[in-house]
Design a protein around this ligand. Structure first.
Ligand code: ZN
Length: 321
């Protein structure tokens, strides 16, 4: 038992077990929510004139053996040290980010939409913000893995009827190539199928390439590696900025275990490692505020250097001045 908890339990005269339980984040049910449903998490920050809302489509647990570069035992030991170990593996959140400036509503990514794990909550999260899918003006797709494109084409239909969709051209080329699909393992087949659906269903698809400004203060940045056209999004206004970096970071392993740890879905592992080797130290040096899809909700934080060792430091998002 951690010393701090047992001491607090003692001083408050409460059974230790109840305090330990109380220290965990448990799902809280809204008063009017149907029985069994958890409250929809939302988190908001201001970046200059922008309001950025973190939404969550849900989560899925990834087995400890899904991280090439480290053994399952090493990853599990790291999860234990971070108090996040589960028998089902490393918990991946699926965070999406809604960027609003009073005139435009831009959504970054769309989650797996029920195609994996406990997901499919994005529509409720938007509703909790008072929005329907038809009120989204643009969706930026950071790359065409199923956990980022799924919500755009759930059920073989266009889920965001009025949205322009931005995707890097290199990912479109890769994920709509029948030869690449035929050679790909089973666990990537959904991504190929969903990508073809996306291209077919969205007439307002914008194929970009690398760094590209799409609106004042909203720029795509080239983070190729995780996939050929993997991009991030920089939100910038009034001297403040936020970089949504998508799959540059995975929970438990990044950044602390090193840039040479991959995730199973990364085909070009050296390219993913090279991008992380460039990005992690730079982000730490700049103190950049980061949003990352799979980090614990709301996925906002910084990469910091503590005597040369890189670590993830969650941001204090709730009470900004
Ligand atoms: Zn992902």
């Amino acid at each position: 038992m951690p010393l701090l908890l047992s001491r607090r339990a003692f001083s408050l005269g409460l059974p230790a077990a109840s305090l330990i339980f109380g220290a965990q984040i448990l799902p809280v049910r809204a008063a009017n929510a149907p029985s069994g449903s958890a409250v929809t998490p939302l988190a908001q920050i201001r970046v200059g004139r922008f309001t950025v809302t973190a939404l969550s489509d849900g989560y899925a647990d990834m087995p400890y053996g899904y991280f090439p570069g480290r053994t399952p035992e090493q990853v599990e030991a790291a999860a234990k040290a971070q108090f996040t170990a589960r028998t089902s593996g490393v918990r991946f959140l699926f965070n999406q980010y809604l960027v609003e400036d009073g005139s435009n509503r831009i959504l970054i990514d769309s989650g797996p939409a029920g195609s994996m794990g406990h997901t499919g909550n994005l529509p409720q999260a938007l509703a909790a913000r008072g929005l329907g899918a038809d009120q989204i003006d643009a969706v930026i797709v950071t790359h065409m893995h199923q956990d980022h494109v799924g919500g755009l084409v759930a059920g073989g239909r266009r889920s965001f009827p009025n949205a322009e969709v931005y995707v890097d051209r290199r990912d479109i080329v890769h994920w709509t190539d029948p030869g690449k699909q035929a050679a790909a393992p089973d666990y990537l087949q959904d991504s190929f199928r969903l990508s073809s659906d996306l291209v077919r269903l969205y007439p307002k698809l914008q194929a970009t390439q690398g760094d590209h400004q799409i609106a004042r203060g909203v720029s795509l940045i080239d983070l190729t590696g995780h996939t050929p056209g993997h991009i991030g999004v920089r939100i910038e206004d009034g001297g403040q900025s936020l970089i949504m970096v998508s799959d540059m970071l995975f929970p438990v392993v990044h950044p602390a275990m090193g840039t040479d740890v991959n995730f199973l879905l990364e085909q070009d592992r050296p390219a993913a490692q090279a991008m992380r080797a460039r990005f992690f130290p730079r982000a730490a040096e700049e103190g950049a505020l980061i949003a990352a899809t799979h980090m614990p909700f709301p996925g906002l934080g910084r990469i910091v250097s503590d005597q040369g060792r890189l670590a993830w430091l969650p941001a204090d998002w709730a009470y900004q001045d």
